[in-house]
Design a protein around this ligand. Structure first.
Ligand code: ZN
Length: 244
C-alpha cells in the first residue's frame, strides 16, 4: 500500500503514540523534552562543528586520522534547532504544494524521504553530522548518494569511514540495507553513538504525537495519529541497529 493511502485511511485510530522503551535508561533524566526536540539552547563545541563536547573531541580525532590518510572531512551540517528544521520543512512544503502543485499528503511523503518533521530530527541532538571530503572537486548538491559510490568524489572517504568511523564512535544512521524503511540511504550522515543512543532512549519515552499536536507548522493539519505512529516506527526507529 502506498503510504499516502495509509495516511488517508488511518485517521481515526486514536492511538497513544509513545513508543515503549525496551529498557529504562539511567541517563534518560539528563535530557529534557525541550532539549530532545531541539528547543533548548545547548552547549556546543567547535566553530563550524557544533557538537556536544565528547562528540566534538571524537570528531576531531577522527578528522585528524582521516587527514593523515588523505581525506579532509568537512561538516556540511551538524546541529540544527527546531526552528531551523521548521524553516526547512516549510520551504519544502511550499515548494511542493504551491510551486509544484502537489497534494498536501504527497508533498509530506516527498519531504520525509530525506527531511524530518521539526522536533523529530537527530540533528537536534548535537550528536549527528553530515560529512563530505573537502579535497576532491565536486559540483552541485554534495549530499547525493552517487557522490559516495564507485567513481564519485567521496568514494575514498566513504571506504575510509566504513573501515574507521566506529573506532571514533561514529556510525552511519540510514544504512543501505534494502529491508530498512523510513529515510532513504544517507551515506553522509553519522551519529556519535555513546550520546545519541541514550538520547534516542529518552526520546522514545516522549509522547511525540501529543507534542506535535501543540505545533502549527505548515501541513501539520494533515498529520493523523496513524501517520505519526508509522513515521516514528519507520523514520526514527528503523535505523542502523547499533544505534538503538
Ligand atoms: Zn543528516
Amino acid at each position: 500500500m502506498k503510504r499516502r493511502t495509509f495516511i488517508k485511511t488511518t485517521s481515526a485510530t486514536g492511538l497513544a503514540c509513545t513508543i515503549p522503551p525496551i529498557f529504562p535508561n539511567i541517563f534518560d533524566a539528563k535530557y529534557s523534552t525541550e532539549e530532545l526536540m531541539g528547543k533548548e539552547k545547548i552547549e556546543l563545541f567547535g566553530e563550524g562543528i557544533n557538537l556536544r563536547r565528547e562528540a566534538y573531541e571524537s570528531f576531531l580525532a577522527m578528522k585528524k586520522a582521516a587527514y593523515s590518510d588523505g581525506f579532509d572531512i568537512k561538516i556540511v551540517s551538524s546541529y540544527r534547532d527546531f526552528y531551523h528544521q521548521e524553516r526547512i520543512w516549510e520551504r519544502k512544503y511550499q515548494q511542493y504544494t504551491v510551486e509544484e502543485g502537489m497534494a498536501p499528503l504527497d508533498a509530506i511523503d516527498k519531504i520525509i524521504e530525506y527531511s524530518t518533521i521539526p522536533g523529530t530530527s537527530r540533528h537536534h541532538w548535537g550528536t549527528d553530522i553530515d560529512i563530505i571530503d573537502g579535497f576532491p572537486e565536486a559540483s552541485g548538491d554534495v549530499l547525493l548518494t552517487e557522490k559516495f559510490e564507485v567513481g564519485g568524489p567521496y568514494e575514498g572517504l566513504k571506504l575510509w569511514l566504513d573501515k574507521n568511523s566506529a573506532k571514533y564512535g561514529f556510525y552511519l544512521v540510514y544504512t543501505n540495507n534494502p529491508r530498512r524503511r523510513g529515510f532513504e540511504y544517507e551515506p553522509w550522515h553519522y551519529s556519535y553513538a555513546s550520546i545519541s543512543i541514550p538520547m534516542l532512549t529518552a526520546y522514545r519515552r516522549l509522547n511525540i504525537l501529543k507534542l506535535l499536536q501543540q505545533e502549527n507548522f505548515m501541513g501539520i493539519e494533515h498529520f493523523t495519529n496513524g501517520f505519526v505512529k508509522t513515521y516514528l516506527q519507520d523514520h526514527i526507529l528503523d535505523i542502523n541497529p547499533v544505534l538503538l
